[in-house]
Design a protein around this ligand. Structure first.
Ligand SMILES: O=C(O)/C=C/c1cccc(O)c1O
Ligand SMILES: [Fe+2]
Length: 314
């Protein structure tokens, strides 16, 4: 019974607005090394905590957490599209266990996911379907958001469930660190976008999909020139956060409110709750040791870009 963890920033801007070649090579090297460690661990099951960006979850029903008993990636930007291989029996057992243990976890038998889920599976495992996956959505953009404490508790319960399986489990967290790309906010949008955020955005017409992606690409191009055009990246916060995880001080984040986090590091930084859930799940396996820590602010990708592995010690 052991577990391996990897948390990785994602960004759909890879291949659209890239940093200089030496930075690309550096990131490629970091990801290749993580992929090798994961391959050596040879996971039998992957648990993936990831957010959504108004591609699968909308304000018709917006859960803080949702387990996909079935899930399909839409292939936004250049991410992979297709069905995720979710083991139904394990997913259903996980949902029951989690609900019985005090966490209200929504379930979806047809969860639609985007690059937030697809990218780590592609980068770290070579594709969407290489291993059985339990995909767990954590709302990181649509207020009201879950807080750090609740997210940590959810991760701990999922982790306890995983320890019952007697399998080699890979736990992934996808997103963050500091960043604020141009994601629409319900309180600020016009009637058309409001309708999209309330649910009609689930099947965007191709021209609107193209416009949406163009808006993000243009924001990245502008951000390279003017780092005040979006909320600035915050390497100090990002490094403090990674140190907290390394030092097993997750609980200290409970005191940070969502409003504070948005102000410190940007409104999409809530994606780091996927890292908190992942580390909390790993902690259910006992002591852990981190490895492969990497961080670099990459404005081209609108991302405080981080990568961190950890292995359970028993
Ligand atoms: O518009 C989107 O779908 C999201 C874009 C984005 C950009 C940069 C970093 C991220 O984590 C993103 O999801
Ligand atoms: Fe994101």
């Amino acid at each position: 019974m052991n577990a391996y963890l990897h948390c990785l920033s994602h960004t759909p801007l890879v291949g659209y607005v890239d940093p200089a070649q030496p930075v690309l090579d550096e990131v490629d090297g970091v990801i290749a090394a993580a992929r090798e460690r994961i391959a050596a661990f040879d996971p039998e099951l992957v648990v993936l905590f990831a957010p959504d960006h108004y591609n699968g979850f909308f304000y018709d029903v917006m859960p803080p957490f949702c387990l996909g008993v079935g899930a399909t990636a839409i292939g936004d930007f250049s991410s992979a599209a297709g069905e995720l291989p979710v083991p139904t029996d394990i997913a259903e057992a996980c949902a029951h266990y989690t609900m019985k243990n005090g966490i209200d976890l929504a379930v979806s038998y047809c969860m639609q996911v985007d690059h937030g889920f697809a990218q780590p599976l592609e980068f770290l495992l070579g594709g969407l379907d290489s291993r059985p996956v339990l995909p767990i959505f954590i709302n990181g953009v649509a207020t009201p958001l879950p807080g750090f404490q609740r997210t940590r508790m959810m991760g701990e319960v999922i982790g306890r469930f995983l320890t019952t399986l007697n399998k080699r489990v890979l736990i992934l967290g996808s997103g963050g660190l500091s960043h604020q790309p141009p994601v629409p906010e319900l309180a600020k949008v016009d009637a058309h976008m409001r309708d999209r955020l309330l649910g009609s955005g689930k099947h965007l017409p191709p021209n609107e999909r193209e416009l949406r992606q163009r808006r993000v690409i243009e924001a990245a191009e502008k951000f390279i020139e003017d780092q005040k055009s979006l909320h600035p990246l915050n390497p100090v916060w990002d490094n403090q956060f990674m140190t907290l995880l390394e030092q097993k001080r997750l609980g200290e984040l409970d005191a940070v409110s969502n409003e504070e986090l948005s102000a410190i590091a940007g409104k999409s930084t809530h994606e780091i709750k996927t890292w908190v859930a992942a580390f909390a799940a790993l902690s259910a396996f006992g002591d852990y040791r981190t490895e492969g820590r990497y961080y670099r602010p990459i404005p081209e990708w609108i991302a405080g870009f981080g990568s961190l592995s950890a292995r359970s010690q028993n």
